[in-house]
Ligand binder design. Structure first.
Ligand code: ATP
Ligand code: MG
Length: 420
């Protein structure tokens, strides 16, 4: 993509009312646009990053047998009354709306109910189980606090996976499989080191749920970390009993601020029993289906990555989710000059080899281009100028380490086109 054609522009200052670092950087760099408090639009660069995060998650969900679907955001009042989750006193984040011909609809804040009811149409016998179904779908939540940029918004994409198993044991086994998949996902997203599997409140059927918490000053949670075991306990459930359960001592834990990027649950048979999702086993006996649910917030993850992997100059995307692999910058002021022609040629070759490259072909000063490049956070900057050509080719500089070197154009092409 040519930077001159991008409709978004970078800005020096973030809007005064934007207090979180992730929103400030993402707004300044032109990844997002603020619509309302807690409501953001993803711009061309932003949607690329979000989709890259989604793709990493999708691959790992498919790897553990997930089948992708997409449920509607519109929710049936009767259905949610059946599980006693319609009342605003029970769930305080509902957005609800009225139908013209009478009656109410809700905007889904999660999807256990419609997912369970849908599966009840398909699951009959033990032969139909297990099933693992997931989606990337828009959730609506009437959050009271919306000051953390894209880490807490009133409309957001959630990846929600639901498992349907024959027995408690099968369900618990799958929970562990999903947990491992999450660990892989955070590793691939560059958050492996500072994300902790955290014991948190479990809801109705199990003692704990598993939160994935990433260390982050802007996070709204406090967790107690055991470095030796690489696990943590959410402050909300920190009791002597929990410490005993986990076999850890209070003095071996350190407290830190973190953001909940994912949450997984053993749901037992709460939803299947309420909504008539059962199966007949090998001996013809009717049994309840055991369920689990597994949530992840791709946009919150994008916000957390912005928070924890940035420096004072801007964002530093991990290669796995960066909007582009290369930021090619021509320093030629004159579009008829030799170095500009070389840049065009290189851009074309990279593009033809399907390398994701952003080409800064604008008529801006070198200083402005470098500042924008640092702000945008593309992993590798490639500068081509009369000077670099004389020195032997292009100057490449890694955003993360700031290390730079001159390499020939051929070397660059082999480096970036060998995997294509
Ligand atoms: P929180 O405690 O932060 O409000 P939650 O426990 O209510 O989150 P879950 O219902 O567990 O959230 O949702 C699963 C995942 O969806 C979360 O782990 C998080 O990554 C993401 N998520 C939840 N709420 C939001 C939100 N308002 N904006 C963006 N992402 C969200
Ligand atoms: Mg949660």
């Amino acid at each position: 993509m040519r930077q001159s054609q991008l409709f978004t522009k970078t800005r020096k200052e973030a809007p005064a009312d934007e207090t979180s670092k992730n929103a400030q950087l993402l707004l300044r760099a032109g990844y997002i646009h603020k619509e309302l408090a807690g409501v953001y639009t993803f711009l061309p660069l932003g949607i690329k990053v979000l989709n890259n995060i989604i793709q990493v998650i999708r691959e790992e969900m498919n790897e553990i047998g997930g089948q992708e679907v997409s449920l509607t955001a519109l929710q049936d009042k009767n259905l949610w009354e059946t599980t006693d989750r319609w009342d605003d006193k029970k769930v305080d984040v509902w957005f609800k709306t009225e139908l013209k011909n009478g009656g109410e609809l809700g905007l889904g804040f999660t999807h256990e109910e419609p997912m369970t009811r849908m599966m009840a149409q398909f699951v009959r016998s033990f032969r139909d189980l297990p099933q693992y179904v997931y989606q990337f779908q828009t959730k609506f939540r009437n959050e009271t606090r919306a000051k953390s940029g894209i880490m807490r918004t009133r409309e957001f994409i959630m990846k929600d996976l639901y498992s349907f198993c024959k027995t408690k044991e099968d369900q618990e086994k799958y929970y562990e499989i999903a947990k491992e998949a999450y660990i892989k996902i955070f590793k691939r997203l560059g958050l492996g080191e500072n994300t902790y599997y955290t014991f948190a409140s479990g809801g109705v059927f199990s003692k704990y749920s598993g939160e994935f918490q990433t260390l982050c000053e802007a996070g709204e949670d406090e967790i107690y970390i055991h470095d030796g075991k690489k696990i943590a306990v959410n402050k909300e459930v920190m009791t002597d009993e929990v410490l005993l359960d986990l076999g850890v001592k209070r003095e071996d834990l350190r407290v830190a601020k973190a953001s909940e990027v994912g949450n997984i649950f053993n749901l037992g048979t709460r939803f299947s029993d309420a909504l008539g999702l059962s199966y007949t086993d090998e001996s013809g006996e009717k049994k309840s289906v055991w369920m689990g649910s597994y949530g992840l917030g791709p946009a919150r993850i994008m916000g957390v990555i912005t928070e924890v992997l940035s420096d004072d100059k801007g964002i530093i995307w991990p290669e796995s989710i960066a909007p582009f692999s290369l930021h090619l910058i021509s320093l030629s002021k004159d579009k008829s000059g030799d170095s500009y022609e070389k840049a065009e040629e290189l851009y074309k070759k990279l593009k033809d080899s399907h390398v994701e490259v952003l080409f800064d072909d604008r008529e801006e000063s070198a200083g402005a281009k470098f500042a924008d490049s640092d702000l945008l956070g593309i992993p590798m900057r490639v500068v081509i100028s009369d000077k670099s050509l004389i020195a032997g080719g292009v100057e490449i500089k890694e955003r993360k380490s700031d290390k730079s070197e001159i390499i020939s154009i051929e070397q660059l092409l082999t480096m970036y086109t060998k995997n294509c």
